[in-house]
Write a protein that binds this ligand. Structure first.
Ligand code: PMP
Length: 437
């Protein structure tokens, strides 16, 4: 009999430890760029989060949840969503969608929109299923589809240059209807829609959504609708919800985020809204993975929504004030970028904008032995030499299409006035250096 201790001391594992589902999805743009930005940048307009405080009413709600005497808020709550929060969400979405909702079966709370996405892919995508993803896309869709065993099928928004020398708008990036139709087949299980879209800021028009909806109905396809930027829409533009179009409620899961809605990304409260026939499977994934979300955060977000329900459509509503404030920040950053010679694409929504950097090729040293795309090299060079952080746009494209979109970078403008002013100062100084050299 061999005693355990008599085994060789360094009995290292030799079998592969990594599950096959993780193959090829280990890289993550944010890990690298967040680190670089922290090391080199003075002004970080890279990662998408506000550096201004969440609204007072939300901070007060958090403080009350923490120390307001109800110690039960420090314990587990209902696993599929804290009752006050699912109730408030159901009331709000009843207004937005014009249909009756049951808070217990039509709404589920998640750890941010990120977990909501993960639950949806796990719940609906089988080995061999195809999932259509519109490019540029929030980067986690691709690895999440693959982890579920599915195959992502990509379709890019195609930019059309504006005729009159005006700035391009995110509305100039459009789907080709024949190309979109060609992506649907018997293998298609779902399409991911993200409107308003990160990174472009595109708000899909009613016509574009009707085209997607028609194809979903025709091919009996689900729609995972990531609407985390639902309140961030500018210039009085209408934000149509695809679930409100004919035939779509039954096949759509809406995903939202308190992080974006209340400028508090650290709370990590998100949700799914949809028909019970879909949400019951999303609940199965949730109950077998995360199960409970933080009660205090849910309580504070519930109070935030209760406030918004009483102020709905009024000028004091945060859903009215936040986009008004962000639109000014957008316009300020656009002007600052134009001044240095970048060509920003005017976003219709979100707190991101994409800028064309093709005029800057001579600023950035050539890297003959590197296959790193120009937008990656530019972004790293700008961080190290100018102290300004952004994110390369090609990170939001599939491997096959990346090389067509390497002349753009993404900025986040959900920043304090002082941060945007500091960015503008960097750009001004840069412009002076360019003109004097
Ligand atoms: N979807 C999109 C399009 C996003 O931009 C983000 C956050 N950057 C998320 C989902 C994730 O949101 P959360 O922080 O609530 O997990």
């Amino acid at each position: 009999q061999t005693h355990f201790l008599s085994l060789p001391f360094q009995a290292k594992m030799s079998r592969p430890v990594q599950a096959r589902r993780l193959e090829g999805i280990d890289k993550n743009i944010w890990v690298e760029f967040v680190k670089l930005a922290a090391t080199y940048s003075k002004v970080n307009l890279g990662q998408g989060f506000p550096d201004f405080p969440a609204p007072d009413f939300l901070q007060e709600a958090l403080q009350r949840a923490l120390g307001g005497g109800n110690h039960m808020l420090h314990q587990y709550t209902r696993a599929f969503g804290h009752p006050p929060l699912v109730t408030a969400l159901a009331q709000l979405f009843e207004k937005l969608l014009g249909r009756e909702l049951d808070p217990m079966t039509n709404v589920m709370v998640t750890v941010g929109a990120y977990q909501a996405l993960f639950c949806c892919f796990q719940a609906f995508v089988d080995e061999g299923d195809e999932v259509i993803i519109i490019e540029p896309f929030f980067d986690c869709y691709e690895p999440m589809v693959k982890m579920a065993g599915g195959t992502p099928v990509f379709i890019p928004l195609r930019p059309k240059a504006p005729k009159d020398g005006k700035l391009m708008s995110s509305a100039d990036w459009q789907l080709d209807s024949a190309e979109l139709a060609s992506k649907f087949s018997q293998r298609t299980k779902a399409i991911v829609l993200n409107s308003p879209n990160n990174p472009l800021g595109k708000v899909f028009s009613r016509g574009e959504l009707e085209l997607i909806a028609e194809l979903c109905v025709k091919h009996d396809v689900l729609c995972i609708s990531d609407e985390v930027y639902e309140w961030l829409v500018y210039d009085g533009r209408e934000n149509t919800r695809i679930a409100s179009l004919p035939g779509m409620w039954d096949r759509t899961v809406i995903i939202g985020s308190a992080g974006k809605t209340f400028s508090a990304t650290g709370l990590k409260v998100g949700w799914t809204v949809g028909p019970n026939r879909l949400l019951q499977h999303v609940r199965t994934v949730h109950q077998n993975s995360v199960y409970h979300c933080a009660t205090i955060a849910q309580e504070a977000v519930a109070q935030g929504f209760q406030r918004e329900l009483t102020l709905f459509g009024k000028p004091e509503s945060y859903f009215v004030q936040l986009p008004r404030m962000l639109q000014q920040k957008r316009d300020f950053l656009v002007q600052s970028l134009v001044a240095v010679g970048m060509k920003p694409i005017m976003p219709e929504g979100t707190y991101f904008l994409v800028a064309d950097i093709s005029e800057f090729k001579s600023d950035v040293p050539e890297a003959p032995n590197s296959d790193e795309p120009y937008d990656y090299r530019f972004t790293k060079w700008m961080m190290k030499n100018k102290g300004l952080a952004a994110i390369p746009l090609s990170a939001f494209y599939s491997e096959a299409h990346k090389s067509n979109y390497t002349n753009f970078i993404r900025f986040c403008f959900a920043k304090e006035e002082a941060t945007l002013k500091a960015a503008s100062d960097i750009l001004q100084k840069w412009k002076k250096e360019k003109t004097s050299s």
